[in-house]
Design a protein around this ligand. Sequence first.
Ligand code: NAI
Ligand code: 15L
Length: 277
Amino acid sequence: MARTEKQKMTIKVHEKLLLTGAAGGLGKALRERLKANCTVLRLSDVQAFGEAAAGEEVVLADLADAAAVNQMVAGVNAIVHLGGMSVEGPFGPILQANIIGAYNLYEAARKHGVKRVVFASSNHVTGFYRQGETITADHPARPDGLYGLSKAFGEDLSRFYFDRYGIETACVRIGSSFAAPKDRRMLATWLSFDDLHRLITACLTTPVLGHSIIFGMSDNAVTWWDNSRARHVGYRPQDSSDIFREAVYARTPPPDLTDPVAQYQGGGFVVAGPFAE
Ligand code: NAI
Ligand code: 15L
């Protein structure tokens, strides 16, 4: 009998799941949703975010602190890694949280025998492709800043840990995951919270994940990304930005096509910085 998407979202293949970045926007959106994917959800962040509820554990850890990350990972079966700097900024914090932090996370996964990771990469790994282009996971990275570069490092790092140690990773190049698209660009890049959860569930449950790069987007009519290289993941988006199109057009001016912000997929990130350290 064919499984429905709703049934599929309730499959628990992991006893204990670690969610990093739990205090952030997406961490908060996923906290309740991910309880369906495990028996115990371990939540972690560098900032305090309250007590553990039933079925939860809370472990505060700075990703840049290898010993703390090692403890954070001990005893989990899989990791959804959202923690880190999530926008363009000075190199110091990006280096600590996203580059050293990613290394610490994969070293801890290796030591503790964790075999599957969902890594929150970003569309800013390929932000310097033009908005009129459609790219696949096979297109070379064209990061649009230090933040995008740090995510490209995370993707390469995870590929190394797959090739060398067999740790499977889905690098989810999240587009724009918010309650609703904020501007015209996000009509192409939007990923609903429910589709994000569907995508993570697919990555956690597909029999063979390997090392996969997948663009994190809903079923938007306008898109710059082709996910055909990731069919084995089994992600079927069920939301679309299309229902927001009219309202977004009504409240935003037409794009200035001479402006790099409107020319490139990364939008405002392609002109952000440099920042003082
Ligand atoms: P956010 O900035 O709201 O949350 C990130 C969390 O990481 C924060 O709670 C922060 O305290 C934590 N963090 C930062 N440095 C840390 C460190 N050194 N150690 C431990 N924790 C640390 O970001 P958001 O929107 O929730 O995004 C989550 C992840 O998804 C990020 O990795 C981001 O780069 C990625 N992403 C998000 C997109 C979106 O549209 N929301 C788009 C593309 C990627
Ligand atoms: C990202 O990588 C950021 O984490 C998020 O805050 C958004 O700005 C998103 O990209 C985007 O490109 O809209």
